[in-house]
Design a protein around this ligand. Structure first.
Ligand code: DC
Length: 218
């Protein structure tokens, strides 16, 4: 089974997707692999930084994406054999990842890896184009949203950024603009998805809504 979740930065979709993958096994007896597709783009951005490749150099970035060893395992992302999950949310990666993820052949590398994982396992996959491009026929499809204010507050509260609240809000707005205007895989609310605004919901309330629908579909 594929549970596909899209939404903008800071909407809470990663938290809910990770929780789903963990709790669905306990609540429904099925083991789901959690795929955070944003982290795959982030890991490739890290690979470019480590190799001294400018993310604006499209051909060189495609070369990095095709040659890097990238893997989703146990909720973590492995780059060239190392778990790099803890390194993916610093400001340098935040600044460059939108550019890298606009690169269409790079998107194809990432999407192939995600589909390959879903051929072997039940997955909860989240990102910007899981419900539209990668899994348009998934059994359960969700769009998780939240107001710009609450998204900025949440990112600020995570404490992983050296930026102030207002700067984070601006960077989220800029990232939204780029995510919605990608040549391929742009963020949009697809026909047929279940739309949930999490601005005033707790994580448990969101979980309960999704779990009910997943049970019905799966
Ligand atoms: O979810 P996130 O903020 O960690 O995503 C990082 C970047 O990758 C963000 O700019 C959007 C982009 N992205 C994408 O283009 N497609 C996806 N499926 C997931 C993320």
């Amino acid at each position: 089974m594929v549970v596909a979740i899209d939404g903008p930065a800071g909407s809470g979709k990663s938290t809910i997707a990770e929780l789903l993958a963990r709790r669905l096994e306990l609540d429904c007896g099925r083991r789901f692999v959690y795929i955070n597709s944003g982290n795959l783009y982030r890991a490739l951005t890290l690979a470019c930084i480590r190799r001294g490749v400018d993310v604006l150099d499209k051909d060189a970035v495609v070369g990095v994406a095709r040659n890097a060893s990238l893997e989703c395992r146990d909720g973590a992302v492995f780059l060239d054999g190392d778990d790099v999950s803890a390194l993916l949310h610093d400001d340098e990666i935040d600044r460059s990842v939108s550019q890298l993820s606009s690169n269409v052949p790079v998107r194809h590398v990432v999407n192939a890896l995600i589909k390959e994982t879903a051929r072997k396992h039940d997955v909860v996959a989240e990102g910007r184009d899981m419900t539209t491009v990668v899994f348009p026929d998934a059994e359960a499809r969700f769009y998780i949203d939240a107001s710009e204010d609450s998204r900025a507050q949440r990112r600020f509260g995570q404490g992983t950024s050296g930026l102030g609240l207002e700067e984070i809000r601006r960077s989220i707005a800029e990232r939204d603009r780029m995510d919605r205007n990608k040549p391929e895989g742009s963020l949009k609310v697809a026909d047929g998805v279940t739309y949930i605004d999490t601005s005033y919901l707790t994580i448990n309330e969101v979980y309960e809504r999704l779990e009910k629908i997943i049970r019905l579909k799966g």
